[in-house]
Design a protein around this ligand. Structure first.
Ligand code: SAM
Length: 216
């Protein structure tokens, strides 16, 4: 099927994108390698495929976006994922970030509140042979029966840090999320100590679609 092709041209464009992201400050070779492997064009709507290897966010279905590759890279770098980690992603969207996490060897659990996106990401990642567990639900609740998690990543703008996700993080775990209102958010890393307290650091300003409660 032509749609699922990953041509030499796509691979070449992807290598250039990786070099662009490297110049913007991403240093983790494992993260750059994962971005180099995931065929981003297959996660985009047909009208945008030719822009897939620009370092930009683009619209997907249900009024949502596939994040900018640099943003995916910095969130993934901050997470410090190791092979075998249980990683919870809130905001499946296109499934692109979940595929990047799976390339790093994580056991990925991804929640989406929009049924249409939950279904389409699941079909695509199965076709691409990425093993990710998808959930249709409200990320504010996390996944209490599957936790605790080594890493948690939120890919939508959180007005507040969701309490239940802090609880579902293992001691020694890391939570990465953009915190703030609709105009701009601060990329925030929370590191949970072995005693259960948190160290918070901030990593620049970003713009995400909002994290909303409930499901649709
Ligand atoms: N990670 C995605 C990707 O790789 O394409 C991009 C995610 S997009 C910027 C944010 C996503 O978060 C949207 O698909 C949106 O529907 C979802 N979302 C917003 N609030 C949510 C919630 N409470 N629970 C789960 N998903 C949520």
């Amino acid at each position: 099927m032509q749609f699922m092709e990953d041509t030499f041209q796509h691979k070449g464009l992807r290598r250039k994108l990786v070099e662009e992201i490297r110049k913007k400050g991403i240093r983790d070779e494992k993260v750059l390698d994962a971005i180099n492997k995931v065929p981003r064009h297959l996660f985009m709507d047909s009208g945008f495929i030719k822009f897939a290897y620009r370092d930009q966010a683009f619209p997907i279905r249900a009024g949502q976006t596939i994040s900018q590759p640099y943003t995916v890279a910095i969130q993934t770098e901050l997470l410090q994922v190791e092979a075998g980690h249980k990683v919870l992603e809130v905001g499946t969207g296109s499934g692109y970030q979940a595929a990047v996490l799976a390339e790093l060897g994580a056991r990925v659990f991804s929640i989406e509140r929009q049924k249409e996106l939950y279904l389409s990401a699941q079909i695509l990642l199965n076709e691409l042979h990425y093993r990710v567990q998808f959930f249709y639900g409200d990320g504010y609740q996390g996944l209490p029966t599957y936790g605790p998690f080594d890493r948690i990543l939120i890919t939508a703008a959180a007005p507040v840090i969701p309490e239940k996700l802090l609880e579902q993080l293992k001691p020694g775990g890391r939570l990465v999320l953009p915190v703030g209102g609709s105009d701009a958010q601060v990329m925030t890393l929370l590191e949970k100590s072995e005693h259960g307290d948190f160290k918070k650091t901030q990593h620049g300003s970003f713009v995400f679609v909002p994290m909303l409660g409930g499901k649709q």
